[in-house]
Design a protein around this ligand. Structure first.
Ligand SMILES: C[S@@+](CC[C@H](N)C(=O)[O-])C[C@H]1O[C@@H](n2cnc3c(N)ncnc32)[C@H](O)[C@@H]1O
Length: 742
């Protein structure tokens, strides 16, 4: 089912009828770099991937001069200019191709603006829910999450492909909401543990009260079978939605530190057609492709709403060269602590870190960098045995002693295999830690954090993506050295205790995931290598899927084998996600049709009754055609950071006012009725759904392993680790020879 605006971008573009689509030529840079000696299969693969991405764009009417690539010392996935641009929009997304809500300033009344093809009764039910929770912080984020889950399940093919193909799965998102308890503990800052707990509480509340297919008020829509689904949607909107503060003059700023949407950038674009947004204090939007822009303190782009409020545009703030990463300021002059709390990353040279105070600094354990360094050296020895001697010269006494201790542990561990034991020790420790996490045991912090030593020590130009990541990690902790090859020394300022701790935790997460990606048997290694070499693991949707289902394997074939590990629960109580095989995708299509045919009168009547009971909910499209002259808009990346400049505080059930969820049982009933659909359209019972499909793909399928840069790095590291094993090495060589011949 395609709604009316789903057509190819055409001549009435505001930018001279340009018809451009994102070009994925850069999308596979990481794998290409990683296995640079076998370029030809990748070249072929790039073409296939580009076609696959175009299908997404076709369905969402997005005009773009940007491509997807990996950039920065940490190789993060993001947008890059596919050609030089001076003042044209780099990306234009009509409101009809977004998910958008507007929040009325006074009463906090919310209207769903997009997607336009959402059935009116479903829309009404969602707006009723919004009315019920309007006193809870950031409730528009929850509503955006509802829309996202709806679009993933029942929206156009383009939306579903976008959700499955470009949005990262929960475990790959870096925001605190997606941290496991063990990962949180390695952040070493109680502040983050508390913040993550708040976010988890919020997600659990949102799931059980509203989103859950079994207990939520919107259960008849079958949006979220498991908490994991809700966490995914909430994490996506927290980290990717953009908020527009309407009615602000260009250049005025807001006093709250908003950066995007004003100052010296080009004038907002005037466009003549399309659906118009109503004027209102706040509009929150999840805009595909625009949401791929990364943050920079000195961004080269700004996100704006056009003056007629019909499109979201990514505009250059200065001339942009082809291939340049496109970045925006997520706003609020955030310090590293704030960036980490909201988005799960920190940046180098953050000008706002000067004011960062470590909460309860006196109570924190010391950050034992020497132990981190020792762990890093153990790992590095696996890759660069030759570089050992010069490195030792630079060791501090403490670090050398720690390394000795580490060496002793490794050799005493009985792992053997020609000096390969240290890395596996690191891997085994992390795996053990993982198991402990499942048991609810607190993990030791620093042991598994792998940080290399100095940029100069790491050896250059080995083509290893993993090594470059280690090098970046080194630089992050050693501001004396260059953060990446070619960069001037001292250009980073990760020198505050707070940022060092954050970095240590981040790298722990990365390394842990490298280890998690280890295949579980030689047969799987072979298949995985085959796919890597054959170019089938570069991205999404292209090439045959490779099942990595451990159940399909005959049994241990490798000394390094580890049993498959269950997914760590997010927030502690994630119900298991079914991964039973089935025609989930096919079912999704028919279910979508079924729900698309929601029985209008019953639902609308119930919704209206509920709305009346709550002092009225506006009709859809309230103020749609408002002609209010807004000269500019202010944007900020949402991240739960409302105008109060606070992170998304989860609504604490016990602390809600009269509007609190527990007090609203009658309303909940009303909304349940409002969202009811005919029995045949109830999808929760079908067993085939998006989360199941995603679970299978996310967990088991090699062709989605590399969706994000971090994941690509992990995969490569995993393969590198496995390649240490002689048998796997032999297989790899065989395969390489075979592919070279072909
Ligand atoms: C709006 S998304 C940007 C696109 C995202 N990188 C992707 O691949 O989908 C925001 C997320 O990107 C990552 N991110 C954005 N800017 C970053 C930066 N400067 N450094 C590291 N990670 C960043 C964080 O994980 C953040 O939560």
């Amino acid at each position: 089912m395609r709604h009316s605006v789903l057509r190819t971008w055409s001549a009435d573009s505001a930018f001279g009828g340009r018809c451009r689509r994102p070009d994925l030529r850069n999308f596979h840079r990481v794998p290409i770099k990683a296995i640079s000696n076998i370029a030809s299969p990748f070249t072929r693969q790039q073409g296939e991937q580009a076609v696959s991405f175009e299908r997404v764009i076709d369905g969402l009417e997005i005009d773009s001069l940007a491509s997807l690539g990996f950039h920065g010392p940490d190789d993060i996935r993001g947008l890059m200019a596919s050609e030089g641009v001076r003042n044209a929009a780099l990306v234009t997304v009509p409101i009809g191709s977004t998910l958008a809500v507007s929040l009325d300033g006074d009463g906090g009344q919310l209207s769903v603006l997009a997607p336009p093809d959402i059935p009116s009764n479903v829309k009404k039910a969602i707006e009723v829910v919004a009315g019920l929770i309007r006193e809870t912080p950031n409730h528009q984020l929850l509503i955006l999450a509802v829309l996202l889950l709806w679009a993933r399940k029942y929206g156009s093919t383009a939306w579903r492909e976008y959700c499955e193909g470009l949005l990262p799965p929960a475990r790959e998102m870096s925001c605190l909401l997606c941290y496991t308890p063990g990962e949180l503990s390695t952040l070493q800052l109680p502040h983050f543990v508390d913040e993550a707990a708040r976010q988890h509480d919020w997600a659990r509340w949102a799931h059980s009260q509203w989103l859950s297919s079994s207990s939520g008020a919107l259960r008849r829509l079958g949006l979220a079978d498991a908490l994991e689904d809700s966490v995914w949607a909430l994490a996506v909107v927290r980290s990717r939605a953009v908020e527009f503060q309407m009615g602000m003059a260009v250049g005025s700023g807001s006093g709250s530190g908003f950066k995007a949407g004003h100052d010296s950038g080009p004038e907002p674009v005037r466009l003549g057609r399309g659906r118009r947004l109503p004027t209102g204090p706040v509009v929150s939007v999840l805009a595909p492709v625009v949401d791929l822009a990364n943050h920079n303190n000195d961004p080269n782009c700004v996100i704006q709403l056009t003056t007629d409020k019909s499109r979201i545009v990514l505009l250059p703030r200065r001339p942009i060269r082809p291939g340049e990463p496109l970045t925006v300021d997520y706003g609020f002059d955030r310090s590293s602590l704030e960036l980490m709390a909201d988005y799960g990353f920190v940046t180098s040279a953050n000008p706002y870190d000067g004011e960062v105070e470590l909460p309860e600094a006196d109570k924190l354990p010391s950050l034992e960098l020497s132990r981190l360094e020792a762990a890093a050296r153990a790992l590095r020895r696996r890759y660069h045995p030759a570089a050992m001697t010069p490195r030792r010269q630079g060791l501090s006494e403490a670090a050398a002693a720690a390394e000795k201790e580490e060496d002793g542990r490794s050799s005493g561990g009985g792992k053997g295999n020609g000096g390969g034991g240290e890395e596996r020790d690191v891997a085994d420790e992390a795996l053990a830690t993982e198991e402990e996490e499942h048991e609810g045991v607190a993990v030791e912090e620093e042991d598994e954090v792998v940080i290399s030593e100095t940029a100069a020590d790491t050896g250059a130009g080995d083509g290893s993506d993993f090594t470059s990541r280690l090098r970046a990690a080194v630089a992050l902790l050693s501001p004396r050295t260059a953060p990446f090859p070619g960069a001037p020394a001292n250009s980073g300022n990760f020198s505050t205790p707070a940022t060092q701790r954050i970095i240590a935790g981040l790298w722990h997460k990365l390394i842990r995931h490298c280890i998690e990606s280890l295949p579980t048997s030689l047969e799987q290694d072979r298949a995985l290598l085959e796919d890597i070499i054959g170019g089938r693991v570069l991205g999404f949707a292209a090439g045959p899927s490779l099942s990595l289902d451990p159940g399909a394997m005959q049994g241990p074939t490798s000394a390094f084998e580890h049993p498959p590990r269950p997914q760590p629960p997010v927030g502690g109580s994630t119900p298991p996600v079914s991964s039973k095989p089935g025609a989930a995708q096919l079912r999704m299509t028919s279910e979508r049709k079924a729900v698309g045919a929601v029985q209008g009168e019953t639902v609308l009547a119930a919704a209206t009754a509920a709305a009346g009971a709550r002092d009225g909910v506006s009709g859809s499209g309230k103020g749609d055609d408002s002609e209010n002259e807004v000269q500019g808009t202010d944007t900020r990346r949402r991240a739960g950071s409302a105008t109060t400049n606070s992170v998304a505080a989860p609504p604490k059930l016990t602390h809600q006012g009269s509007r609190g969820p527990q007090d609203d049982s009658s309303d909940v009933e009303a909304v349940t009725a409002a969202s009811a659909v005919e029995p045949h359209a109830v999808v929760g019972s079908s067993g085939g759904n998006g989360s199941e499909a995603r679970s299978r793909h996310g967990e088991r399928t090699a062709d989605v392993i590399c969706r994000t840069g971090r994941r690509a790095g992990r995969l490569y590291a995993a393969v590198r680790a496995r390649v240490e094993h002689k048998e796997v090495l032999a297989v790899a060589e065989q395969l390489l020879v075979q592919y070279a011949r072909n």
